[in-house]
Design a protein around this ligand. Sequence first.
Ligand SMILES: Nc1nc2c(ncn2[C@@H]2O[C@H](COP(=O)(O)OP(=O)(O)OP(=O)(O)O)[C@@H](O)[C@H]2O)c(=O)[nH]1
Ligand SMILES: [Mg+2]
Length: 442
Amino acid sequence: MFETLSEKFTGIIRSLSGKSKISEKNISDAIEEIKNALLDADVNIRVVRRFVNQTAEEAMGTKVLSSVDPGQQFVKIVYDRMVKALGGDVSQDLALKGPDTVSVILMEGLQGSGKTTTAAKLALRLQKQGRRVLLAACDTIRPAAVDQLKVLGSQVGCPVHSEEIKDPVRIAKSALVRAKVEHYDTLIVDTSGRMFLDDELMDELGRIASAVEPVEKLFVSDAMTGQNAVNIAREFNEKVGITGVVLSKFDSDTRGGAAMSIMSIVGQPVKFIGTGEKMTDIEVFHPDRIASRILGMGDIVTLVEKAQEQFDEKQALRLQEKMEKRTFDLQDYLDQLESMTRMGGADKILDMMGMKGQVSEDDMHLDELRREKYIIQSMTRDERVNYMIIGPSRRKRIAKGSGTYVSDVNRLLKKFEKLRLQMSKVSKNKKYQAALMKQMGM
Ligand SMILES: Nc1nc2c(ncn2[C@@H]2O[C@H](COP(=O)(O)OP(=O)(O)OP(=O)(O)O)[C@@H](O)[C@H]2O)c(=O)[nH]1
Ligand SMILES: [Mg+2]
């Protein structure tokens, strides 16, 4: 799934990442390629247009062009946009009520979309979570439908309520009564499908819904449906209402466009994906994971985020350890200075160290930073490790070696002392530390 789309994205990304400079033309070319890749993947045209416009707008801003690694910045923007299009940061589970009432889940969707299979899969999943589930066989149209649900129900060990009548609304109602009497807390209502959208089906679903008042109306969509999935979803949403989407047959060789389109157009999140015919083949839909899969990035996302912080985890950990053990020395300071000057700004690192506002940013002007670098570079190994040994004559030598004045060396040492003091305070303060860790991306 997503292979083609992912392949294309990987290509686009590879052509940009690692570049230290990219032009507006690079970006607009990449965006054009993204547009084509999405259209090829059957993503709805309106969704593509919106996605592309927003990405372009954000990427063309000075943000990307002036950043340290513009390629990675760009990838990050695309990734964030895609997560948003797929439903945002959080994955959405079912919104069920507590065990004292019966939470009704209504399945809806076209014929063969996977309603019955998904109903049984959900029953299994919810039972594993400790819920007491009853399935209701309200597909009275297809002759074998009730038997199919019974077979699946027995496979997952879930009772099925069925009746020899043709009125799905009545079956649903009496299933709800039974659920209450027999202390089930969840009722999953399987309904019939149709080949096409038709008013009769919508009307039937509407009446079932008013009779049993579902807390979840799950629209099951075959992931292979492509473009049309959006229109179908919209129709169901308008006529019956949708609280969440299940994309079935995600294991198939679909181009995946529906996943990106439905959320954007219908405004309801994809909650689950069906990944096979077995009863355990259902997964919570994670927009962020799908986005990285589409972008062919895997762990790149976290890497990008780290790069953004301009701070790798190892370095951060080492630094943290040093702060705790109070062994942060001038050599470490020099390392920081170097990465700071590479990054071109000091407030960010202060911010990361949880020290913004504590050490004045003016203290950390770039010229000054460069001067400090030279000063430390003129120190011996021992001096870097233990600044206490740097007496007057050493200061003179260091100033001379770095082309600065003794007053500059004094100022640096004073500042370093202050910094160390702040660091030990930070490392003693759990709250600061937590913030620090978070900022360092851990
Ligand atoms: N590979 C795969 N097959 C699936 C998945 N979900 C459902 N199927 C298959 O798709 C077919 C149709 O599934 P059903 O659950 O019967 O679909 P339905 O919506 O209930 O169909 P009707 O009741 O006829 O409207 C069955 O053969 C299922 O095994 C899935 O996630 N992956
Ligand atoms: Mg069915």
